[in-house]
Design a protein around this ligand. Sequence first.
Ligand SMILES: [Mg+2]
Length: 181
Amino acid sequence: MTTSSPDGLSPAVFFDRDGTIMRDVEYCRAPTEVEVFLDAPEALRRLKEAGFKLVIVTNQSGIARGYFSELDYRAIEQEVERQLGPGLIDVTYFCPDLPDSGSMRRKPETGMVLEAQRDHQIDLGRSFFVGDKAIDAECGQRAGMRTIIVATGLEEPVRPAADWSANNLLEAAEIILRHAV
Ligand SMILES: [Mg+2]
């Protein structure tokens, strides 16, 4: 059982959203397009029960591109959490900025991770980052986390970029539970 350390910090698992928690439809614009992966609720429940905080960090440049509004995004976020089930996700951070905008929040930059660390007293040294793209692994590594690439995204998984690769979220959860300290 992983729990808070004497300093009051908790480990966390950070997740990308599109291609990791839910099917990547390239710029999800409406709640009706949300399709959370079937094994996601079970995978997240196991990690939650083991004492991890669960955080989603998602690049959403579709907002800056004008494809959908922040209000649309919020409705989509609610639908993701509804399909996962109540009480699993501690917090979600999103970045609306364009690539090459100089944003310090857009992955692979670590701004969103550092906000979560500060807001939720997270020990990044005991935490993991799960995503489907190289930018996810890079973000996790830059923040001092161990990283897993899942093969559920649109692109070929980039095994060398991460510490581990997994076919799906349940496999990723098993890897994390084996290596939790
Ligand atoms: Mg993704």
